[in-house]
Write a protein that binds this ligand. Structure first.
Ligand SMILES: [Cu+2]
Length: 295
């Protein structure tokens, strides 16, 4: 394919060029239109019908993942269009009728060097932002608040440290009338919500009591495994107040689909008010949750 192209006449090259760029422009326009529509349809904290795009990111990590995802899509679009152009050129120009005596060219040094170097450069261009995302995720900043998350078959329980009241509660799926009354989405709402302050670094320590689960919130850009006997740690800083939903993302058994996650991001004052209330509501007598520093 490429070897034959190397020998094409300049006139043929120009004709091919016009067709290829016309086709590329049309497809790029379709892509732009697609991503614009998708952006409009993106959910905030929950999916929406006909959503095409990822949920709107509200943390630094989620934003970096989101941008990286879109960068990759554009790189893929360019590569796909280029390969499509080459395929069309081969079909049109080098079929038996148009090109009865095929070229016997076997090598083209420049072309071979190019098709080795260019993919390497593309991979390097992808690796740089990829490592940047990884560095943000693993940066492990100092926590303003720790929350322990425990996966159970089939609900989540949460523990808050002594500094904010040392309470613990379960979050079960809201079903039937309770869900309708709550105004929260079906299969994503819980009876008790995790409440965290906005613009504060929240560290979550995730584990499980029985089988493996996974605590995942798309708008926050994380999915972290909850494994019995093991403490996984991750952090997030939500930059926008609101209600954000997630789900267990490890196939954990019969009611895997019915253990959602609801996180409310509120102002510092609202968080103080909530902890004061939660201390009484979820009062305990065993001295409160113990937190370890997971490294
Ligand atoms: Cu689960």
């Amino acid at each position: 394919m490429g070897m034959a192209r190397a020998q094409e006449t300049p006139a043929k090259g120009r004709r091919l060029g016009r067709g290829f760029w016309g086709c590329a422009a049309a497809l790029a326009a379709t892509g732009l239109l697609g991503s614009a529509t998708a952006a409009m349809a993106a959910g905030v904290g929950q999916p929406v019908p006909w959503q095409m795009d990822l949920q709107r990111p509200v943390t630094e990590v989620a934003t970096e993942i989101y941008n990286f995802h879109h960068l990759l899509n554009w790189i893929m679009l360019v590569i796909v269009l280029f390969v499509l152009g080459l395929l069309i050129a081969v079909v049109v120009k080098f079929n038996e009728r148009a090109n009865p005596t095929p070229s016997r060219t076997t090598h083209n040094t420049m072309l071979e060097v190019a098709w080795t170097i260019v993919p390497v450069l593309i991979l390097v261009a992808i690796a740089i932002p990829s490592f940047r995302v990884l560095r943000t995720q693993l940066s492990d900043p100092k926590a303003d608040l720790m929350v322990k998350v425990i996966g159970h078959a089939w609900y989540w329980s949460y523990e808050y440290p002594q500094e904010v009241g040392g309470f613990k509660f379960d979050a079960n799926l809201l079903e039937g009338d309770d869900q309708v009354k709550s105004g929260q989405p079906k299969l994503l709402a819980t009876d008790n919500e995790v409440v965290v302050p906005v613009n504060k670094i929240v560290k979550v320590q995730v584990t499980a009591a029985d089988v493996m689960h996974s605590w995942a919130v798309p708008s926050f850009g994380f999915k972290i495994d909850a494994i019995p006997g093991r403490l996984n740690q991750f952090w997030f800083k939500a930059e926008r107040e609101g209600t954000y939903h997630g789900q267990c993302s490890e196939l954990c058994g019969q009611r895997h689909a019915y253990m959602p996650i609801t996180i409310k991001v509120v102002s510092e004052q609202a968080f103080q008010a909530w902890t004061a209330e939660a201390k009484t509501k979820f009062a305990r007598t065993d001295g409160g949750a113990k937190f370890a520093e997971a490294k």
